[in-house]
Design a protein around this ligand. Structure first.
Ligand code: CTP
Ligand code: MG
Length: 171
């Protein structure tokens, strides 16, 4: 039961991350600009993916909260749901920024980082925007559980996206 709750708590981040892949495309967030000869984020990070993914995550969080109230009430709930959704995409963006700095091309594999980037981003932003909610809900064993199951789920999702030709590489 506690593990089902853990998955529901992080679900807006999962949806934000996954829907960015489906919705993404169009103008890159970095507008194709480079920094010291390398792309800032690369063409795999787009405005459509960021905004669309964030909105899908928020919608999912609102739906979950309607039935569970896990995220709290009113503005507090919205802040937490926003932090989970936006944080997931920000984590992904930060990971791409680091990838480009260390010379990895867009879509190039970076094991573990590619799978838990959005999770760390969601944790970080939730912690920043509502430390109390974070500490109450994301206890250490829950964080460890999510860190372990996420790479497995994420990989399965990416393989499906690859088979559906939504993604260029299966990771
Ligand atoms: N995507 C997007 N905007 C985002 C995140 C993802 O448009 N903010 C879309 C892009 O089409 C991207 C795909 O989702 O190619 C897969 O995302 P991801 O694996 O995170 O990006 P990569 O293309 O693998 O690039 P990177 O090497 O920077 O991880
Ligand atoms: Mg990738």
């Amino acid at each position: 039961m506690e593990l089902i709750k853990a998955i529901l708590l992080i679900f807006p981040a999962y949806v934000a991350n996954a829907s960015a892949v489906v919705i993404g495309g169009g103008k890159p967030i970095d507008f194709g600009k480079t920094w010291r000869g390398k792309p800032i984020f690369g063409k795999g990070k787009t405005w459509r993916g960021l905004i669309g993914g964030c909105l899908c995550g928020i919608a999912t969080g609102c739906l979950i909260n309607y039935f569970t109230s896990y995220f709290g009430n009113g503005i507090e709930a919205f802040t937490v749901i926003f932090a989970l959704s936006f944080g997931a995409l920000a984590g992904d963006l930060i990971k791409s920024f680091i990838k480009r700095r260390i010379g990895k091309k867009r879509g190039e594999k970076w094991i573990i980082a590619d799978q838990i980037d959005f999770l760390l981003g969601a944790f970080l932003f939730t912690y920043i925007l509502n430390k109390n909610w974070f500490l109450t809900n994301f206890k250490l064993h829950i964080i460890i559980f999510l860190l372990i199951i996420t790479p497995a789920i994420h990989l399965a999702k990416n393989i499906i996206a690859y088979l559906l030709k939504l993604k260029k590489v299966p990771w």
